[in-house]
Design a protein around this ligand. Sequence first.
Ligand SMILES: [Cu+2]
Length: 267
Amino acid sequence: MPRTFAMRVYAATYWFLAILFVYILVVLILPMLATSPEMGAFLPVVVVFLGVFVAGAAMVSFMASAPRRRWLWLALLVPPVLFLLLNAPFIPFALTHPTDIGFTAIMPLVVATTVLIVAGAASFRQARAGGAVVGSSLRAQWATALVVGATLGAFTTGLVAAKGGGSASGGTLAAAPTTSTSLVAEGTKYLTSSYSMTATGVLGLFVENKDSFAHSFDIDSLNIHVSVPANTTVAVAIKPTTTGTLEFYCALPGHKVAGMVGTIVVQ
Ligand SMILES: [Cu+2]
């Protein structure tokens, strides 16, 4: 039974996912292992998913399509959807920060999974009906081509932004600091966890992110929420309203428990 347009789009998207996982592995994870050994925990997961995508891509490309194998088109939707669910806490941040290196992985992943769901549902219906008999309309072909184009465009934009971007902005220097010091974020840890200052002073804190992914600097009680892009330094002015202990932390999912938390004692 001949492949329909939806089936070919499905197979091409599956190959794209396999290539994307090679990119995630080689460009994102392997360089991070040197500074963040805990990233090694993600390694087997990504390798398993890579294997599944290569196997899935080969199956939908080379296996004879038949009505009785129609469930394959739906079953192979499980791995990409599962991977997105596993990464759900990171998706909103990655999608709203195009300069973050995570954007170059998450954005194409989200779009490719959407394409797969649409093409998979169509392939399933067409396989059940007996193949190319139910042809897809020209409009659907154009829509799919647009989505694929947008994915590639977003991927390139993200790649360029991640390479060229990273200008330090978003620092809040609402008041002139009376003292200043620095805070280094490295390996998903804040290297200093306690500071002290006077209640009448303004502490100028230079938050330096040495990681190749984004962090943030947050003090809820002072309504300070500053994003610190990869490999940048951001200046934050801390002007307490009263004596006591202020907690600062990184708001990215999982980073606070990983060691991105500390206190400022205000006397
Ligand atoms: Cu962080």
